[in-house]
Design a protein around this ligand. Structure first.
Ligand code: HEM
Length: 509
């Protein structure tokens, strides 16, 4: 009898959860009990951005689905999007997350992307100076050095019009830059850094089982995490290698600092992110902030990080800093190869503003057309849209819809960026010039998100792309060839990357 009662309770619990949106009268795809539509969100060959776009066509600008035990609302109405990301930030200060990513308040190893409330405020305040204009200006020297290494390799590989997979080159470049800037790698390790394989694996291994099971059975998350991290199940290999490498780098720097201290040597100016974060290190394991009183404007003066937070921050910058910028470079290059007139106009701008071999920060700041080209490419392919999500933290109303604390909201960025009513009838055209118009709806552009949690690395990513593209475009013209995928195929989950990008580089005369 007890067994039957328990069984009925479990079935009722899952059924109640699965029918949440139906009971609320909101349309959306059903999926299957327990897992809802989690499977569709874990497809590598059809990125979640496409999936949401497909569902929006069917269910409209606001709909809901379940993803394991998460209740997800999807929106693509520009006004509601602003409401969630900007105006009602105080009610949406968390980010959507699967239980396996940890408890943003209780876990020790949460990073800025996953943190919320006062903890997020503390992490963001301490890390933001790493991305200030002054800091990224200093980083340009490193970017220029890595660019020169890449140019040498490109020269060798692209001879006689040979097709080269530009995406692989961009991954080498961006990983080299972030490893030097964040992790103190002393010089370029391009094409010989063994960690790159694992960092790529981190994105390429889908690990669907862990997402799916921890979403459906959150009470078993500690066991699943144990299987993942300690036993190495579910394709954990690359994650474990990268995590260990970052932990070792931070711990050895702490040991170095302690040895220096014994000899009376004080730490000098921070040379990389590890140094910068260690300067804020506290001998505390967890601050455990309470968010009851959290509001955007609440003051909070704690400027310290625990050792575990330092490791987690370095980890997230290493992976976010590498993958995103490489993908963006690939899409910009793809659109340039398809649009020779735009490429030629961009080359004219680069020739005019950057006449010397060495390119400076001020020169890059003058490349306005290049800004437009990058923006437009990111409009058509907002490949990091998966990050544009929030968790509702306090019951509220959005438009006419009640949103309860605990509901996750995803912004269907692909629909928003391809909406004729927002961008006009030429919405599908690659048209960098549209960004010159004061009528361009900037608030509907979410390639880097919006509001207080807008991408922290945006300026860094733009500088890194502009620097490399300027050097390449001064010497070469991108052209498609028989190996170029037309149209390009996008794959992946957290980010939608190109399956490959084979292009020829024609030397300019
Ligand atoms: C073209 C390259 C990039 C794109 C398209 C991109 C896109 C995004 C998006 C869409 C978000 C979510 C914003 C939101 O929720 O409102 C985000 C957040 C974030 N990005 Fe980027 N990103 C890029 C490069 C970078 C780089 C190079 C770094 C660091 C080295 C970085 C660090 C972060 C961080 C730390 C967050 C979380 C911010 C927070 O929650 O406070 N990103 N990014």
């Amino acid at each position: 009898m007890i067994f039957e009662l328990i069984l009925i309770s479990i079935v009722t619990y899952y059924f109640w959860h699965w029918t949440f949106w139906k009971r609320r009268g909101l349309p959306g795809p059903w999926g299957v009990p327990i897992f809802g539509k989690a499977g569709a969100m874990l497809e590598d060959s059809f990125p979640p951005g496409y999936t949401l776009q497909k569902w929006t066509k069917e269910y409209g600008k606001i709909y809901g689905f379940t993803e394991g035990m998460q209740k997800v609302m999807v929106i693509s109405d520009p006004d509601l999007v602003q409401e969630i990301l900007v105006k009602q930030y105080d009610n949406f200060y968390g980010r959507k997350h699967n239980p396996v990513q940890g408890d943003p308040d209780k876990d020790k190893d949460i990073h800025i992307v996953g943190a919320q409330g006062f903890r997020w405020k503390r992490l963001r305040t301490i890390t933001a100076p790493a991305f200030s204009n002054g800091s990224i200006k200093k980083v340009l020297t490193t970017m220029e050095d890595s660019t020169q290494e890449l140019m040498k390799k490109l020269r060798e590989e692209s001879e006689n019009g040979k097709a080269v997979n530009m995406h692989l080159f961009y991954q080498e470049y961006t990983f080299d830059v972030i490893s030097r800037v964040a992790m103190g790698q002393p010089d370029s390790q391009m094409f010989k850094n063994p960690l790159l394989k694992d960092v790529k694996g981190f994105f390429e291994h889908n690990r669907w089982q862990i997402w799916m099971f921890s979403g459906g059975f959150p009470f078993a998350v500690s066991f699943l995490k144990w299987l993942f991290i300690k036993v190495g199940k579910f394709g954990a290999g690359p994650f474990i290698v990268v995590q260990k490498s970052v932990t070792d780098a931070v711990m050895s720097r702490i040991a170095q600092r302690e040895a220096d201290k014994k000899h009376g040597v004080e730490p000098g100016e921070a040379a990389d992110y590890i140094d910068m974060f260690l300067n804020a290190r506290a001998e505390v394991e967890h601050f455990g902030e309470s968010n009851d009183e959290f509001h955007k404007s609440s003051s909070y003066n704690n400027r310290q990080l625990t050792t575990q937070e330092i490791i987690s921050q370095c980890f997230v910058f290493l992976v976010a800093g590498f993958d995103t910028t490489a993908i963006s470079l690939s899409y910009v290059t793809y659109f340039l190869a398809l649009n020779p007139k735009i490429q030629s106009k961009l080359q004219d701008e680069v020739d005019k503003e950057c006449p010397n071999d060495e390119i400076t920060f001020d020169q890059l700041s003058k490349l306005k057309y290049m800004d437009n080209v990058i923006k437009e490419s990111l409009r058509l392919f907002p490949f990091a849209s998966f990050a544009n999500s929030r968790r509702c933290m306090r019951n509220t109303v959005i438009g006419e819809q009640i949103v309860e604390a605990g509901v996750d909201v995803m912004i269907d960025t692909w629909t928003l960026h391809h909406d004729k009513n927002v961008w006009g009838n030429d919405v599908e055209e690659f048209k960098p010039e549209r960004w010159d118009s004061p009528l361009t709806p900037q608030q509907a552009y979410l390639s880097f998100g919006a509001g207080p949690r807008v991408c922290l690395g945006m300026r860094f990513a733009l500088l890194e792309q502009k620097g490399l593209l300027s050097h390449i475009l001064k010497k070469y013209t991108f052209e498609t060839n028989a190996k170029t995928q037309l149209p390009i195929k996008l794959v992946g989950r957290a980010t939608a990357r190109p399956e490959n990008l084979f292009l020829s580089l024609k030397p300019r005369v």
